[in-house]
Structures are given as C-alpha cells and as structure tokens.
Design a protein around this ligand. Structure first.
Ligand code: SF4
Length: 363
C-alpha cells in the first residue's frame, strides 16, 4: 500500500519552488472513508515498550533484552500528540484512547491526559493498561481528567496468568489495580481477556463469574493474527460462539443491542440482570463494516487498520514545520482514501503477511 499524502508545490513570486505543501484544503468536520465509515476514534500509542511479554502480542523470543525499542527522541512529545489529537477532534473524533505497549510506562502520562482533557470536556478519554502500575496511578489519572480505563486480564488463575504475561507477574497486583481504579472513580471498568486455546479457555467462566454483578464488563477477545511474531494459527482461536455458550451454560445470557455504531464488542446481558459481557470476534465475525478507528503510533505514524503493514508519517509533517491546517488536510485525505477490511478477507496466507506489531500501535 503506497504511502500517499497529496502534495502541491509552493512557489515564490519568481516561480522558484519554495517547498512542497499538502494539497488543496478540504472541508473540516466529519470525514468518511470509501466505505462511508466516519473517522470517530483515535487510538494513541504513547510507547512501544511494555513490562509484560504477553504471548499473543509481544513474544519474549522476539521482544528480548536486545530488542531495538524506539529511542526517546523518536517518540512524539506530549505537545505533538496533543496537536495531532486537536486536529482529529476538529475532524469529528470524540474518543481518544491511550495505548502502547504499556501506556503507564510513559513518564508523567497524567500530564498528557490533562493536555488532552483541555481539548474538550465532552471528549471520551480512555486508556488501556495491563494493570501492573494502575494501583499507583489511578487517582492521578482520574484527577487529570481520564474518563474510563480498560484493563487487560487473561486469567484469574495465577499460574495461567503468569504464563500468559510471560514475566511471572502475579494476578493479585492487577486485581488491586482494578479496585484502586474503581475507588478512584473510574468505574465501571472494561476488562479485556484474550482467549487462546490450550492456554486459558478454562478461565472463561471463572472470569465471567468473578465480575458478574460488579458493574465491570468483561470483554472476551478472540486470539488474533496481529503483527507477524505471535505464531498465530486458526486452531488456537476459541470462536466467540463457543465463548458465549460456555458462559451461557453456567449463567444464562441474552443478546443485547450495540450502544453505538462501530462498537467493537458484541454485547450479551445476564438473563438475571447481573450485568453484561462483551465478545470481540475479529476472526469469526468480522466487524470492519462499522470500523471508525484510526491509530497513531508512538513515533507519529497514522495507521488506518490494526492489520496494516504501513502507516503515514505525520511526525514528518509536524517536524518539517507543517501547521495544523496541513495536518488536518493530510489526515482527511488519508481517511477519505481508506478502504481497510482486513478481517473480512483474512486467510491463513494473509495471517502470515508482514503487519505492524500491535505493541507498536496499540490494540
Ligand atoms: S481489521 Fe482493520 S478495518 Fe477491520 S475492524 Fe479491524 S481495524 Fe477495522
């Protein structure tokens, strides 16, 4: 997929080329792609580093001690991130999600939350974390203006959890983080569990039971062929249908309507009113039709799909002196040409193609 940003020549009075600028101004405000999907969500990766090595995302044998993580000066600064976010908000985005790697590893992350909150009181500013540092950070994040938090938790069984994160991190610490976030006013939380056959499918029902009636929503995620390093096989996928039927057998479920267009998780409510769960079925029930998500990598590349293999360099626009108008025109032009629908066309072959790593652009 070619990197395309429409450029035009800027010439001085004598016709001398001064510089190349991004082409004709486009109307601000909601932009839609080639499948009439509006740009509505921006996911911002603030670091490519993580303190876990989850087997489905950042396998230790690839992301080892010598892995060339990005140097600090390659990362967008908080000011640059806020500028890009402001441009997206100007184009109709109302949801900003901070991701990573592990976003709580980025120093003073609450300062960034504050800067993003200043872009609008109506913005839904969320963060996805593995919960390892949440107990320490929850209050400051809430005070800075964070709306909600999503915690990744792949099992309640300590041995299984330690095997999934592959750094021997105890599950209790994450549960402490969840409680601290709830106490800090970030409830209800979303809790994401990636299900991989042969590793944690036995944890599905206990996880559902643990959070039923608490207000927190567990979302069970089908194991995906993100990136090109997790050795994905279709055989290791536990389909959404099976996840739902396992829970339904123990705690009857009824299906529930989506809250809004583009909601990633399919909703199921407990028949007895004990709350709800979600299922994110990118492999067996593709939801590209309503995908409204853009992703910004930690070094300023814009990706229009989680499974893309190339991004558009917005940092270059910023660091070469481009103003907000130039950024806005670039983003609008990129989104308008978007046609991504990877999950609809996934095959065993496509799963082996090189794709951007999830730890680099966030889930
Ligand atoms: S595969 Fe790409 S286009 Fe489809 S839902 Fe996921 S991110 Fe969106």
């Amino acid at each position: 997929m070619a990197t395309f940003i429409p450029l035009t020549d800027v010439r001085d009075a004598r016709g001398q080329l001064v510089r190349r600028a991004i082409a004709s101004p486009m109307a601000p405000g909601p932009v839609v792609d080639t499948r009439s999907r509006p740009l509505a969500d921006l996911r911002i990766s603030v670091t490519d580093r993580c303190n876990f090595r989850c087997v489905y995302c950042m396998p230790k044998d690839v992301f080892g001690r010598d892995y060339p993580f990005l140097p600090h000066d390659a990362l967008l600064t908080f000011e640059e991130i806020t500028r890009v976010a402001r441009v997206f908000v100007g184009l109709g985005v109302r949801k900003l999600r901070l991701t990573g790697g592990e976003p709580l590893l980025r120093r003073k992350i609450e300062r960034l939350v504050e800067m993003l909150r200043a872009l609008g009181d109506d913005l839904d500013i969320t963060l996805t974390t593995n919960g390892a540092l949440l107990a320490r950070k929850a209050r400051d994040l809430r005070a800075a203006g964070l709306s909600r938090v999503t915690v990744s938790l792949d099992s309640l069984d300590d041995a299984t959890f330690r095997a999934m994160n592959d750094v021997d991190f105890p599950v209790d610490k994450v549960l402490e983080g969840i409680d601290a976030a709830a106490d800090a006013g970030l409830a209800p939380l979303k809790i994401n569990m990636v299900v991989k056959r042969g590793m944690n499918e036995a944890s599905i029902v206990p996880m559902a039971a643990r959070f039923r009636g608490t207000g927190h929503i567990v979302r069970f995620i089908e194991y995906m062929d993100v990136g090109a390093t997790n050795g994905w096989r279709m055989d290791d996928v536990v389909p959404a249908r099976e996840i739902v039927s396992r829970i339904d057998a123990a705690m009857p479920l009824v299906d529930a309507d989506p809250n809004y267009r583009g909601e990633v998780a399919e909703r199921w409510a407990y028949a007895d009113g004990g709350g709800e769960i979600g299922v994110i079925a990118s492999v067996t029930q593709a939801f590209c039709r309503d995908c409204t998500r853009a992703r910004l990598s930690t070094e300023g590349k814009l990706y229009t799909c989680l499974f893309a293999n190339e991004g558009f360099d917005l940092r270059e626009v910023i660091r070469s002196g481009g103003d907000d108008g130039a950024l806005q025109r670039a983003v609008a032009a990129i989104w308008r040409q978007r046609g991504d629908r990877y999950s609809e066309i996934r095959t065993e072959n496509t799963s082996r193609e090189s794709k951007v790593e999830m730890s680099y652009i966030g889930g």
